[in-house]
Design a protein around this ligand. Sequence first.
Ligand SMILES: C[S@@+](CC[C@H](N)C(=O)[O-])C[C@H]1O[C@@H](n2cnc3c(N)ncnc32)[C@H](O)[C@@H]1O
Length: 247
Amino acid sequence: MFNIDHPDSAPDSDDRDGDVAMHRQGSFFGRRKGHKLRAHQADLIEHLLPHLSLRIDGPAPDSLTTLFDSAVELVRLEIGFGGGEHLLAEALAHPNTGFIGAEPYVNGMAKILARIEAENIGNIRLFAGDASELLAWVPAGSLARIDLIHPDPWPKRRHWKRRFVQDATVSAMARALAPHGEFRFVSDIDGYNAWTLAHLLRAPGFDWLAERADDWRKPWPNYTMTRYGRKAEREGRRANYLRFERL
Ligand SMILES: C[S@@+](CC[C@H](N)C(=O)[O-])C[C@H]1O[C@@H](n2cnc3c(N)ncnc32)[C@H](O)[C@@H]1O
């Protein structure tokens, strides 16, 4: 599951150059491990994660709703949930929706497991790896919404190919989303916002939902700010909030 042997540090380091301590595994580029886990966190990874973790080495069920202990009507995916602030808030606010969180970063996984355990949350399942593998596994039209919030920006031109948003992942999301499902994207990096807009506008099957500037300059109602969102605000960068509908 996790490769925890990397000599690496937390993924929120400002060094996103990626040449040192960055590893490619499939289409994931990044750090899988930061500071050492505390004993209880390690215990959660060892004992709770296997119960909540999706196994994608076999076929997916016909309906993803069957993956959840509690009865859910819809299933949503959050890619790269980091510390899990947004994912947890959404899961608590929407108990009849199932949430899948994909995050290869072991410390983020440990953090969310602690909250799931403490609050006995039944509508979150986890995937400790590259979300593009998960997207390839889920049945067509099975997701009501996909959120990608402050993805690693890879600002240098030679690293753009590492960005999560690529023609291939956009087409994988188009396959996975149900009609009228949504892809929501948040970034404080202007170049990545423009990149995502360009990719989604040229992709068949998506419609950008913005009608006025405030639709993309302001978060949508009840949006939960994440750690990276707060960091951007502290550093004077304003995020954009892009919503695309699957036609
Ligand atoms: C900049 S952090 C943002 C975390 C969180 N969304 C936030 O806003 O605070 C990006 C996260 O995406 C994760 N990530 C990068 N590539 C990924 C991939 N292919 N699949 C799933 N998660 C990925 C990283 O491990 C990292 O935790």
